[in-house]
Ligand binder design. Sequence first.
Ligand SMILES: Cc1cc2nc3c(=O)[nH]c(=O)nc-3n(C[C@H](O)[C@H](O)[C@H](O)COP(=O)(O)OP(=O)(O)OC[C@H]3O[C@@H](n4cnc5c(N)ncnc54)[C@H](O)[C@@H]3O)c2cc1C
Length: 650
Amino acid sequence: MVHPQEVDVIVAGGGPAGCVVAGRLAYADPNLKVMLIEGGANNRDDPWVYRPGIYVKNMQRDGVNDKATFYTDTMDSSHLRGRRSIVPCANILGGGSSINFQMYTRASGSDWDDFKTEGWKYQDLLPLMKRLENYQKPTNNDTHGYDGPIAISNGGSITALAQDFLRASDSIGVPFSDDIQDCNTSHGAEIWAKYINRHTGRRSDAATAYVHSVTDVQNNLFLRTNARVSRVIFEGNKAVGVAYVPSRNRGHKGELQETIVRARRCVVLSSGTLGTPQILERSGVGDASMLKKLGIKVVSDLPGVGEQYQDHYTTLSIYRVSQDTFTLDDFLRGNPDARKEIFQEWEMSPERARLSSNAIDAGFKIRPTEEELKEMGPEFNKLWDTYFKDKPDKPVMFGSIVSGAYADHALLPPGKYMTMFQYLEYPASRGKIHIASSNPYVEPSFDSGFMNNKADFAPIRWSYKKTREVARRMDAFRGELTSHHPHFHPASQAATKDIDIKTAKTILPDGFTVGIHMGTWHRASEPYDASKVHEDIQYTAEDDKAIDDWIADHVETTWHSLGTCAMKPREEGGVVDGRLNVFGTENLKVVDLSICPDNLGTNTYSSALLVGEKGADLLAGDLGLKVKTPHAPVPHAPVPKGAPATQQLR
Ligand SMILES: Cc1cc2nc3c(=O)[nH]c(=O)nc-3n(C[C@H](O)[C@H](O)[C@H](O)COP(=O)(O)OP(=O)(O)OC[C@H]3O[C@@H](n4cnc5c(N)ncnc54)[C@H](O)[C@@H]3O)c2cc1C
């Protein structure tokens, strides 16, 4: 296909939101010329993308074929005890949806109402939430959709650890529910669904669903990959095109080699929360004084660009499990037999293979009780009163279980593990990102802002205790991997204990040192006793301090960046209006998670798709078009004979 130098609409960035906009518009009108420009490689039919269970590999950083860009704090953070945090974000077509962990959750209804923007209320958005889904699970509420391009299911397998987790959660007061993604439930546990098509076993990424589906049947959607958009081209304040450069700056002795493509109708920026503000600033949209210092001509003075960066915060704690539990550890270690078995299983029947899963099979949303709130200190209580108290649909924390260690296995002792993820859903902390040069190859200045508001410590501390109580009550539990827990004083009642000697002997039956008794390095757990009644661990103020230090040392991104180009009034630091138009410009929209003026209590793929759907409708409205449903047939998603009612028919 010959690439035109001028099209109707340019979409800069091929993440979920960008794929939805480009795909929906191109499908709406075969005469409309749409170009999607993506900084990373094409994801089409890449087995390292579509096989769900190998997602952790995407977090390896080898500098050769990285599927992620790794943003590191520019300065040491005093809130992280001198550490710099790292935020990986996607660098591949499909954006986060090509490399993410495929966990399906949705925001609470009040999250959207809190945007306080006409047309963005929960009830306005519900039809679009349904439009995007091909929900492949049974459900008892009317919030899901069945005819959309994005498949959601339990994947090819669910490990036994999930049931163990759900039973133990129930015993500590988190009840089981068959769907806590109804945009309303804020305290409950469930089998965690996945962005996996249950009929093919493949990841349901946004590029396959929205873009490849259209390029298979029409020729008006032009795709450029490995091309980094450096800036928007303006005539006056009207966007008329973009300039892009090769993503890798290897040729031309480091000189900028820009290619220009013109857009007759609109330029849409969808380069994600960390990419979009950089493009805006390089184009002259941002804080005027900062831009002038960098020698950039100001098009629109918007000091809010790049500010109010938000994420969710993850801590993870790792536990030992019995040797007869199925976990992915041997596969993740690269054990040749485990690898062969799991890959072969996928080749034979991907729809029910263990690789057709992310091994994150269960999770919960939780809110504290009155009693627990009292222990959470004044900073969090203040936030509770203003932010959570009157919004009963907002959870404070998520927790989920991984059947295996989410860690570098070269650094772990032999054995089997489970990981508890704790996610803070509405942090009060804020960060920022700004360019340091007009050159698109120069690293930006980044401050993740993690934990810079003290109110964020108490809920994470609370959820660490909660997930630990769940783990201790699970049948598979065989101790704590002490390196991945707070360093409590050894004499504390809360001190962690590693594997029990009986289980240790099943790991290394011929080991001469298993169970040697020195009393210092290793504190063994009691042997497993199925009839034991567990009392909650009591924590002292010193123990709480140990947990807070551990949080500062280890809290990480949840890869849910949002908020740097907020949709709110200009005088309040807003960057876009309710129709996603950039203030002070014409023909320029932002459509990605950077537009969120407040946080969303969810793993954010669902929200990025929803913002994309809303953006597609708004742009279609501007162009006098209407989005067509159902969307073009999704490649590799055939409907088997005797398709159940929840599968889309084609
Ligand atoms: C490792 C990881 C795990 C995650 N796990 C989950 C999960 O389990 N469940 C869930 O719901 N969500 C998850 N997420 C979050 C979810 O994937 C993101 O919220 C979502 O992808 C955001 O969509 P977006 O369109 O706003 O931006 P992005 O996905 O960030 O897409 C932006 C795109 O723009 C491209 N780009 C950037 N700059 C430029 C430029 N200058 N020129 C051209 N292209 C550019 C990037 O390469 C990228 O493809 C995860 C994300 C990551 C990274």
